[in-house]
Design a protein around this ligand. Sequence first.
Ligand code: FES
Length: 172
Amino acid sequence: PISRIPMTLTINATEHALELDPRTTLLDALRNHLGLTGSKKGCDHGQCGACTVLVNGRRINSCLSLAAQHEGDEITTIEGLADGDQLHPVQAAFVAHDGFQCGYCTPGQICSAVGMLEEIRAGWPSHASTDVAARPDALSDAEIRERMSGNICRCAAYPNIVAAIRDAAKEV
Ligand code: FES
């Protein structure tokens, strides 16, 4: 029999008490044990970014992280970004720019973009950095592509994804 361990995860500002196999990834905990299926499983190997969520405001691949490591963390998923009926500015920009085709990668793209804009505000450099630290409104397309390179879109909706993020950067 598989032994389970108790844990409490704080997701989208709500605490959830769970008993899980300690090998359960954060992604599987979200999708299979909490019904939060917005985060997607593309590769389960840290290669596609479809599972991206925010942990204490920083983006991670939830398929590469064990749920048990995240007791006490603030986890935000795509389900927690909107404020009631008010979309998060990054969500609204993806709608306005049609930043998706099949939509499978979209929750990860959006969570990743939210984390990325925060990284810029915090002054984190990227390989394509110009002088945009603390100036997300001056982001070049090259820098957006570099910073979003962990999120794959098999439909190749990249031009619209980049346009959405360029716009959202002015507002967030
Ligand atoms: Fe996690 Fe692909 S499912 S990176």
